[in-house]
Ligand binder design. Sequence first.
Ligand code: PGA
Length: 243
Amino acid sequence: MLKIVSARDYDDMSRKAANIISAQVILKPDTVLGLATGSTPIGAYHQLIDWYKKGDVGFSQVRTYNLDEYRGLSHDDPQSYHYFMRDNFFDHINIDLNNTHVPDGANPDAEAACAEYDKMVADAGYPDLQLLGIGNNGHIGFNEPDDHFSKGTHCVDLTESTIKANSRLFEREEDVPRQAYTMGVQTIMYARMILVVANGAAKAQAVHDMCFGPVTPQCPASILQLHPNVVLVADKEALSLCE
Ligand code: PGA
């Protein structure tokens, strides 16, 4: 079942998403969280940091597994998702860094890096709650539109659309890595609850296709229609085609 929660704007979307994550962690302090990078979840992370500082929520027993990482970047590269997670979330809360996991983009052996990550996520019992952004092209993690749904963690070639979208965070478009390691769609579907966040008009088509389009690997997020417990928190612009 897919539940749609409408938010007024980005801040409202972020607070609502943070509320859902916070409730999960309060109810189950040793929660396994699947986490996402990108611009969309930053507000939710910052809200959670704020509530942590106020003593409302703690992360000492939480374990996290991120969706993806660029291939070929070291963990301390400011463009890496390892760095992003520390910078935007982990360094500001009481999480044990040994309990945080991001695919090892620094390992050039794609097969080994992906198999190792799959095993870690499986051994953790898969996320209780998986946070997801959605790409303009309907991707989740770095699972790009394709002719089939992916299974476990694997190495992908990024599409031109994703390279262009992500180039805003790099000095030059040529600097955007061309490959990434990403959790597969099947792994994402194993999460017990999925929380999708989306804002802005650029996401409207992808959000519509995710909720109401045919279930097709051409819009990887559309498979979420088959998941028993999905919540989409989106602002009015991202929901503009869903009315
Ligand atoms: P964004 O990315 O949050 O930076 O828009 C979302 C995604 O590509 O999954």
